[in-house]
Each structure stands twice: as C-alpha cells, then as structure tokens.
Design a protein around this ligand. Structure first.
Ligand code: FE2
Length: 393
C-alpha cells in the first residue's frame, strides 16, 4: 500500500491505496463510479464538495474543511466526471463551480457498499474460551510496532490482554501509557499504587477480596481503559479475576430477558465515599446503542448509592442486579490470574470486570501500579500502528 504523490490530497493523513476506476459518470446529481473489480459506488455531491482538496475548501496542512454547509448550494449537483491519466477522478459541478479532483482510494474507502465498516467487533468469552489473557512479550512488544499493534488489537477485541517480562523500573508505566495515548488522571492521581493504606479511600486500598467490578462508575463517562502493572509480588493470595461483562449480559439477555430489560432500563447512581471528593454518576448497568448492541457496563457493588425510585422499580432493579452478580461471581465466567512481577494487564474498564482474591499483606511485598485511559486512545493507537505499518510496506 503506497500513497501516490501525484494524486490529490485527502481530508486525513491515512495512506489510501491506489484503486482503479473503470468508468465514472454523473447520476442524478451524484457521482457514480464503476470500479475495476466490478463494484459500483455512489457519492453524494455535498459530501464531495465539502471534502474537495482544493485550496480554500480544505486547509492543506490541517486537512480540515474551511467551509460551512451554508457555503454550498443545497441543490449542488455533479454534472460529469472523468478518470484522469494519474487515476484521480475529476468531477464537474453545477452552479459554475470549478472542477474538483479526488483520490480514488479515498473515494473507494468511504463508499457505501451495503454496510458500514466497523473495526470494533468484541469477541465474547467465558473462562472456558479464554482461560488466560492473550499474552505478549513485553519488551519486544514495546519495540516492535507490529507486535505492539497485536497486543492492542487483542485488548480491543477481548477486552483484556497482558504483557509479560517487563522490567521493574520507575517511569516505565507512564511511558507505556504515553506510547498508547494519554493517561487520564483521576482523584487517585495520574497513576495509582494498589497498596494497603491506613486510611483507605477505596476498598482497593485494603487486602480484602474485591468482587468483579468496573472502576470509577462514579464518573459521567467511566474510563474505557485501565492498566495494572505488577512490579513486585511476594505475597500469598491476591490472584486477579477478569470476566467479560458483555458475555454475562448477553447470556442474561438470552436466558433471563426480564432481568436484561431491567439492567438496561433502570438507572443506578454510583457515588464514591471519599472524605475530600464527592463524585456521582447515574446510568443503567448495561448500556445499549440504537441497534441494541451492548456498548458499556456500569457495575460496582460497593459504590452504588441508595436507589431513589418507586418500590416496584427497586424490586426489579435489585432482582436484576442480583442476577448479574450471580453470574459475575460464577467461576464459569472468571479468568483467574496470578500477578507475577513483570506482568502488565490492560483491560477495557467498561467491559472487563476485574476483581481480586484477598491476600496477606504481612506475608511479603506487593507492588501494583496502574493508570486509566480511554478507549479512544487505544483505538487511535491501533490506527496509528496500522498507518505506520502500511507506509513501511
Ligand atoms: Fe478496581
């Protein structure tokens, strides 16, 4: 895949491949392209106009449009089209507008062929299908863009992925966070260390067992990404658990639909119990998009605030929450992992429920540090790896 220098620029920085158009024409004011492989696509005149790479429409450096929808006639139409000798597609316009040229790979890559391309397709799992997280050699993955992409892609698809064999070095965790994207600071700091505190502002800072949960359900948008780096562990117990909350929710949808409806409909409020902050956020346990697909879960037993609702709604809410908890605590759904020195677990904090067994804090040293980030940072990092690897071919 190689960008052709003599082709028009595109409204992005992606390396679009050269694709050959067999024929082009105007059709009812739109651009119709018949591609060399026989596929046919139609392109709306206003979409073409606002993405015109011409000076004055697209800024040549930012690659963002400079115009507003009101700068174009509502009935703007494509009146003709030509394939130029370099493969670019030239479009003639109504209303006396000068012709525009487009990169054929960009046109093809943004065309409608019956369904929208989507690179986010979660692979759901129970402990049987995924007894341990997809794992990658840590030092190698941080050096090798293809392996780094494989790690991040596994994280995107399965909701949890591990690096192993990392050195115990101050600053390494932040470097990894910044290699992915940006670290999202919280009231626990830019990074946090899971240790037993004398005056804990979270159950995480005790040696008690923690049932599976997401962190910061107390935020309007809980972090989409969390990373835990085990730098040292000579304690006994404290194994980690990870469970796919999407799998749990889909099984409830199939087997206990009345509970699924309540989980998706009834809002719980979550609040933290710190002495110096008071965060509150409200949402259902299971978030759905317009097509009914699960996009997020908000589940954390010890951060739920009292449910202020009619008694019958409380009854539905508690029954459905209990049904969710029953599965979340079922070993069938739980991957059980040992935190070894050098292991780094990255997980989708709005999908993978993480928990831990209790441990003996007096029995050795346990040093796990972590940070939050967002899904956007993960997805951007994957696309940047793809871009880098595509331009290296
Ligand atoms: Fe947590």
């Amino acid at each position: 895949m190689r960008d052709h220098q003599d082709l028009p620029i595109t409204p992005d920085f992606d390396p679009w491949p050269m694709v050959e158009a067999r024929s082009v024409e105007a059709q009812d004011g739109a651009l119709r392209i018949t591609w060399a492989d026989g596929e046919v696509s139609l392109h709306h005149p206003l979409l073409l106009a606002e993405n015109d790479p011409a000076d004055g429409v697209l800024h040549p450096l930012s690659r963002e449009t400079l115009l507003s929808p009101t700068d174009f006639p509502e009935d703007l139409a494509v009146t003709g089209a030509t394939v130029l000798s370099n493969g670019a597609i030239e479009v003639a316009w109504s209303h006396g507008r000068p012709p525009s040229q487009f990169h054929p790979g960009w046109l093809r890559g943004n065309a409608w062929f019956g369904e929208a391309g989507d690179d986010i397709n979660p692979v759901l799992w129970t402990a049987k299908e995924l007894p341990e997280p997809p794992s990658f050699d840590g030092p190698a993955a941080l050096e090798n863009p293809a392996l780094f992409r494989d790690w991040l892609t596994a994280l995107r698809d399965y909701g949890v992925a591990r690096l192993t064999g990392l050195p115990n070095r101050d600053g390494l965790l932040v470097e990894i966070g910044e290699q992915i994207g940006t670290i999202r600071a919280s009231n626990f700091g830019k990074t946090f260390t899971l240790e037993v505190k004398d005056d804990p502002d979270s159950n995480a800072y005790t040696s008690h067992p923690l049932p599976g949960h997401i962190d910061l359900p107390t935020r309007e948008c809980s972090p989409g990404l969390q990373v835990l780096f085990c730098r040292e562990n000579s304690t006994t117990g404290g194994e980690g658990t990870y469970a796919d909350a999407y799998r749990i929710a889909e099984d409830i949808r199939a087997e206990e639909p009345e509970h699924f409806a309540a989980l998706a409909e009834i809002n719980w409020t979550y609040n933290n119990r710190a002495k110096t902050t008071s965060y509150k956020a409200t949402g259902p346990v299971v978030d759905l998009d317009a097509e009914g697909r699960i996009t997020s879960v908000r589940y954390n037993t010890w951060l739920r605030a009292p449910l202020v609702a009619p008694l019958e709604d409380q009854d539905r809410a508690y029954k459905s929450y209990r049904a969710f908890a029953k599965r979340a605590e079922d070993p069938r759904y739980q991957m059980l992992v040992t935190y070894r020195a050098g292991d780094l677990f990255a997980f989708d904090n709005r999908r993978a429920l993480h928990g831990r067994r209790g441990y003996n804090a007096q029995g050795g040293a346990r040093f796990i540090e972590g940070f939050y980030s967002d899904r956007d940072d993960l997805y951007s990092a994957i696309r940047m790896c793809d871009r880098q690897l595509a331009t290296e071919v």
